[in-house]
Ligand binder design. Structure first.
Ligand code: IPM
Ligand code: MG
Length: 363
């Protein structure tokens, strides 16, 4: 049976970057016989504008029925005045939680061609290859009670809840350990166990899970130190595992080590490996519609999708080689541009990657 990808472009630069990923997919279909179909759906602010909700039932049904989901980005100033319940971000969070995509893999890999694009010194970042495993359906993002209320003194009081069951910690722990087994077998669990009980439990459960993986060395780090170490000496890490909000923050930080947040793909997987794939950056409303956004994170997200959810390893390898080839040829969007390279817009970058793909006739 033909495999199906649900394609949800979303808001801001979402439609522009997803269009480039679809060009790449079309090329794989035409030139390399890849048999997948796509079906578009509404998400985020775009969905709210058309249907009054950021996650229409039709989109949820499409995402559930598809073999995998490719998402652009959601959100923008236009929808900021809305109630939390119908904000674009709720659409994304709703999909993550409805599909039980608890395991978010965010690789931060520095392409050697982009060493000069990082704000850090070349010796600090060259050869960087780390992976953040972020828990995605628990913690503060979903914990209740939450809200803003009036306290006894009549003052408004905002509150959220950081909560994890041991089962939730254990299942992300298993993903992190098995992922580390396929890499350098070093796992660093990031918590704030010196202050927060919830993450003290996180540490205890990680230690329990580690007994099943004697070949992986487990270390622990407080999140503040981890943020510092990521910019001080990022190559000390192989795989990091952490809770939802810490992972959100640390993955943006890790992204910048690679030159630009526009380079980083991600996979969000459920228990069975079904997943949603999206660039880790947001909708970048400030540059939306200008044709200058970097489509590479989305194109690499498509590669992850083909690799992890559709089992199309050769196609995924092809995409990754084509991205590297386009970079070799000097093509750079504004976010990764440096002297002596060719400044390229969104569509031209997509075209350059497709051209490289066409030339790649190897098995
Ligand atoms: C991310 C984003 C999202 C998050 C937003 C858009 C809700 O920042 O995927 O990292 O906070 O998870
Ligand atoms: Mg984020």
């Amino acid at each position: 049976m033909q495999q199906k990808i649900a394609v949800l472009p979303g808001d801001g630069i979402g439609p522009e970057i997803v269009a480039e990923a679809l060009k790449v997919l079309d090329c794989l279909r035409q030139d390399h016989g890849l048999a997948v179909e796509t079906e578009p759906g509404l998400i985020g602010g775009a969905a709210y504008d058309e249907t009054g909700t950021p996650l229409p039932d039709a989109t949820l049904a499409l995402a559930k029925a598809a073999d995998a989901v490719l998402l652009g980005a959601v959100g923008g100033p236009k929808w900021e005045p809305l109630d939390y319940a119908v904000r674009p971000e709720r659409g994304l969070l709703g999909l993550r939680s409805e599909l039980q995509l608890f395991a978010n893999l965010r690789p931060a890999l520095l392409y050697p061609q982009l060493v000069a694009a990082s704000t850090l010194k070349p010796e600090v970042v060259s050869g960087l290859d780390i992976l953040i495993v972020r828990e995605l359906t628990g913690g503060m993002y979903f914990g209740t009670p939450r809200g803003v209320r009036l306290n006894d003194q009549g003052l408004r009081e905002g509150y959220n809840t950081l909560v994890y069951t041991e089962a939730e910690i254990r299942r992300i722990g298993h993903v992190a350990f098995t992922t580390a087994q396929k890499r350098q077998k070093r796992l660093c669990s990031v918590d704030k166990a010196n202050v927060l009980e919830c993450t003290e439990l996180w540490r205890e459960v990680m230690i329990e899970v580690s007994r099943d993986y004697p070949d992986v060395s487990l270390s622990h780090m407080y999140v503040d130190n981890a943020a510092m170490q990521l910019v001080r000496a990022p190559k000390q890490f192989d795989v990091l595992v952490t809770e939802n909000m810490f992972g959100d923050i640390l993955s943006d930080c890790a992204a910048m080590l690679t030159g630009s947040i526009g380079m980083l793909p991600s996979a969000s997987l459920d228990q069975h490996g079904k997943g949603m794939y999206e660039p880790i950056h947001g909708s970048a409303p400030d540059i939306a519609g200008k044709g200058i956004a970097n489509p590479i994170a989305t194109i690499l997200s498509l590669a992850m999708l083909l690799r992890y959810s559709l089992g199309q390893t050769a196609a995924a390898d092809r995409i990754e080689r084509a991205v590297s080839a386009a970079l070799d040829q000097g093509y750079r969007t504004a976010d990764i541009y440096s002297d002596g390279t060719r400044k390229t817009g969104t569509a031209a970058m997509g075209d350059a990657i497709v051209a490289a793909l066409r030339l790649d006739r190897s098995a």
